[in-house]
Ligand binder design. Structure first.
Ligand SMILES: [Zn+2]
Length: 235
C-alpha cells in the first residue's frame, strides 16, 4: 500500500495515455482552426450572443475569462465564459467552442436531466472525494495494524464515497456529448457556419469529447484499483 504500486499503472495508464493523446488533439485542432476565418467573420462572443438571443436566452451573459481552452458555462451563476482566443477571434474553432458552451446554456434552460443530475452531484462529489479518500486509507491502515473489522468497514464506506468521483465523470459524458450535438445543429440551423466550415468544428469538438471519455475511464479505473486492493487483500 505504502510504496509505489506498479499495478496502479496497469489500471490507470491506458486512460492516462488516452487523455494525453486527446489533449494533444484538442490543442492541435484548436490551433489549426483558430487560423481559419468564418465567412460571417463573427467572433466567438458574437456567435454566442446571436445564438443565445435567437433561442430567447437574453438573461445569459457572455463574458471573457482568462486562460487557454478555459471556456465553460456555469449553471449556478449562468455566464457563458469564453477564453480570450474564443471570445475575440472570428474563427471556425472559436465558433465551435462558443456554440458548445451555448449548448450547455440551452441544456440548463431546458432542465436537461443529465445536467441537473451533474449539478446536484457537485457538492457530494467534493465531499466524497476528500472524506472518502481519508476513510479509505485510514480504514486500511487501521485494518492492517489491528486486523480490525471496523477498519475494513470504514475503508469500504470510504471507497463508496470516493466512487462518486467516477459517477460524476460518467454523468459528465452525456452532458458534454449533448452540448456538442446541440452546438453542431445550432451553428447550421441559425446559418452561422456553412457546411464546409463544419469540418473544423467537428474536429475541434469531437477531439474535446475524447478528453472527457479519458477522464471518465481514468476515474473508473482508479475506483476499480482501490476496490481490487481492498477486496483482493481479503482473499
Ligand atoms: Zn462542455
Amino acid at each position: 500500500m505504502f510504496y509505489f504500486d506498479p499495478l496502479y499503472l496497469l489500471f490507470v495508464m491506458p486512460a492516462f495515455l488516452l487523455g494525453l493523446w486527446a489533449q494533444y488533439r484538442v490543442k492541435s485542432n484548436f490551433n489549426k482552426y483558430s487560423k481559419v476565418r468564418t465567412t460571417r467573420n463573427w467572433t466567438g462572443a458574437q456567435v454566442a450572443r446571436a445564438m443565445l438571443d435567437a433561442e430567447g436566452l437574453y438573461h445569459v451573459k457572455v463574458e471573457q475569462t482568462q486562460g487557454f481552452l478555459s471556456d465553460h458555462y456555469d449553471p449556478a451563476t449562468k455566464p457563458c465564459a469564453l477564453a480570450p482566443m474564443v471570445y475575440n477571434t472570428p474563427s471556425v474553432a472559436a465558433a465551435g467552442i462558443a456554440a458548445h458552451e451555448m449548448g450547455h446554456a440551452l441544456q440548463d434552460a431546458k432542465s436537461y436531466t443529465p445536467l441537473v443530475v451533474r449539478s446536484a452531484l457537485v457538492p457530494a462529489t467534493r465531499f466524497g472525494s476528500s472524506l472518502g479518500t481519508w476513510m479509505l486509507f485510514g480504514g486500511l491502515i487501521l485494518n492492517s495494524f489491528t486486523g480490525s473489522e471496523i477498519g475494513f468497514m470504514v475503508a469500504v464506506l470510504g471507497l463508496g464515497l470516493f466512487a462518486l468521483t467516477a459517477v460524476f465523470a460518467l454523468v459528465t459524458l452525456p452532458v458534454e456529448f449533448d452540448a456538442t450535438k446541440r452546438a453542431k445543429q445550432l451553428l447550421q440551423s441559425h446559418g452561422v457556419l456553412y457546411a464546409d466550415e463544419m469540418v473544423g468544428v467537428n474536429k475541434v469538438l469531437d477531439s474535446a469529447a475524447w478528453t472527457y471519455v479519458a477522464a471518465a475511464i481514468q476515474a473508473l479505473m482508479t475506483v476499480l484499483y482501490y476496490a481490487y486492493i481492498l477486496f483482493g487483500r481479503r482473499r
